[in-house]
Design a protein around this ligand. Structure first.
Ligand SMILES: Cc1cc2nc3c(=O)[nH]c(=O)nc-3n(C[C@H](O)[C@H](O)[C@H](O)COP(=O)(O)OP(=O)(O)OC[C@H]3O[C@@H](n4cnc5c(N)ncnc54)[C@H](O)[C@@H]3O)c2cc1C
Length: 229
């Protein structure tokens, strides 16, 4: 997920503008068709506004093919972007543990309960699995599904719920953060806001992890009206 790259672009542009009047140009090139498109059109529109207001050039549907001394060459289209500094996110690869099934990138293929395909008594959750979006909040939801599946197998009387990805992202902007939320199993377009959409309003959202972290950080536990849990 490219969210940290957007944060870096927004915060850098804002900081430079405040310091020397904006003599730096920031360009964000991404294979996405719209900014953070996984979060839906509402989030993309909000983010596009923020990028534009800070003069950040957004180049969608492309990938960087070559980086030379003072330029980056993009594909398709052979567009050339002049550069002095280039920041990129790493390509994620899975752990490819010997003895465990894994795909070509090393990720463990799992079903909706986290059970590894083509393996017996093996469960996996989080970035190591083949779920295409790697995110801490989703990892906690996968862990919930795995815990229930294992508990049910051990005789606990419950019907294990499958992993139902609710993607929530908090974007740092250098000013007020933005909050994006979308149910990846449904057809709903998703929601975005500059007010918290969940509580506690942390970057890593998890049923148990977030309350634990907020306690450590001293964030009050009752949610103000308008913020959901
Ligand atoms: C720059 C950046 C910003 C991010 N920001 C956010 C954010 O704001 N919100 C969010 O929700 N997510 C964010 N993420 C994603 C988030 O960090 C991951 O999705 C999350 O950490 C995944 O958790 P995990 O437990 O699956 O994997 P990890 O946190 O990677 O933990 C895996 C652990 O397994 C260990 N390990 C690896 N191989 C083996 C092995 N063979 N044997 C034993 N142990 C092993 C590793 O050392 C590690 O401790 C961000 C990621 C990056 C890179």
């Amino acid at each position: 997920m490219a969210l940290p790259l957007y944060e870096l672009a927004l915060m850098t542009a804002r900081r430079v503008a405040a310091r020397d009047g904006g003599t730096m140009h920031v360009t964000l090139a991404t294979p996405e068709r719209t900014p953070l498109e996984q979060f839906g059109p509402d989030a993309s529109a909000l983010l596009l506004d923020q990028l534009r207001s800070l003069g950040i050039m957004f180049l969608p549907s492309c990938r960087v093919e070559r980086v030379l001394r003072d330029e980056a060459q993009l594909a398709p289209g052979r567009q050339v972007v002049p550069t002095e500094r280039v920041v990129t996110l790493p390509t994620l690869v899975g752990p490819a543990v010997t003895g465990l099934p894994h795909d070509a990138e090393g990720f463990v293929p799992v079903d909706l309960h986290g059970a590894a395909r083509d393996a017996v008594d093996v469960y996996a959750a989080g970035d190591a699995t083949d779920y295409p979006i790697k995110q801490g909040g989703l990892a906690t939801q996968q862990a919930d599904a795995v815990a229930e599946a294992i508990a049910a197998r051990c005789g606990v009387p419950l019907l294990p719920a499958p992993f139902r990805p609710l993607l929530r992202g908090m974007l740092l902007t250098g000013a007020r953060p933005s909050y994006f939320e979308t149910d990846l199993t449904g057809d709903q377009p998703g929601t975005s806001s500059t007010k918290p959409l969940w509580w506690p309003p942390l970057k890593v959202v998890g049923r148990r992890l977030a309350p634990f972290l907020s306690q450590q950080l001293g964030i009050p536990s009752p949610a103000p009206s308008g913020a959901s849990r």
